[in-house]
Design a protein around this ligand. Structure first.
Ligand SMILES: [Zn+2]
Ligand SMILES: [Zn+2]
Length: 204
């Protein structure tokens, strides 16, 4: 894994955060490399990221760029795309990075077939070995490709999100569990959490 600005240590950090190394994480590593170069590392909340995927790639952003769900500077807009928007509060700079379609290759098709078989019925030992080799090859390709061949960089379409807000906590009048005010619903004058509200709704 060379030809990019991430150190081996950073790559190892992301792999141990994510739990395994995989092509999805490799895409995320390339985005993290881009974000660190163009926007810098977010010690506190100065960089905000929107992720459009909740799959492997986002873990590279969480582990290396300093944008994470717990800190409130990583937001999830579920479009099912490997796409990330970065904002820098100090100067308003923002960009959206979107994965380009992958070229269809024989190795790619073989990989897909084996992944599907793995999920459906499991693989033989030989097939599992072959799949591991294919995935390793794909990861190397992703890590060494020109960034422009993997991703398009576009103007961001969304406005800068506001700072993580401090919200009140209310207690659900049905289950008694404390819940953020912004996630409560009202039903016949009672303050309910969403699961209780939906359960009431189903009964009605
Ligand atoms: Zn993964
Ligand atoms: Zn409740």
């Amino acid at each position: 894994m060379s030809n990019n600005a991430l150190t081996d240590r950073q790559i190892q950090e992301a792999i141990s955060f994510h739990g395994h190394s995989c092509p999805g994480l490799a895409y995320g590593l390339r985005v993290a490399e881009y974000a660190l170069r163009e926007f810098g590392h977010s010690g506190d909340e100065e960089i905000v990221a929107i992720t459009e995927t909740d799959m492997c790639a986002v873990d590279a952003i969480q582990s290396l760029v300093g944008c994470s769900f717990g800190k409130g500077n990583l937001l999830y807009h579920d479009t099912g795309k490997v796409a990330f928007t970065f904002y820098r509060r100090s100067d308003g700079k923002s960009r959206r990075v979107v994965r380009k379609p992958e070229r269809t290759t024989a190795a790619g098709e073989e990989n897909k077939t084996l992944m599907r078989k793995k999920a459906d019925q499991g693989l033989t030992e030989a097939e599992a070995k072959r799949l591991a080799i294919l995935r390793e090859m794909r990861m190397k390709e992703i890590m060494t490709a020109d960034f422009e061949d993997l991703f398009s960089v576009k103007e961001s379409a969304l406005a800068l999100p506001r700072h993580a807000r401090i919200v009140d906590t209310l207690v659900c009048e049905r289950c008694g569990e404390p819940v953020m005010e912004t996630r409560t619903r009202r039903s016949g004058g009672a303050v309910l959490c969403i699961p209780c509200f939906e359960a009431e709704d189903r009964r009605a």
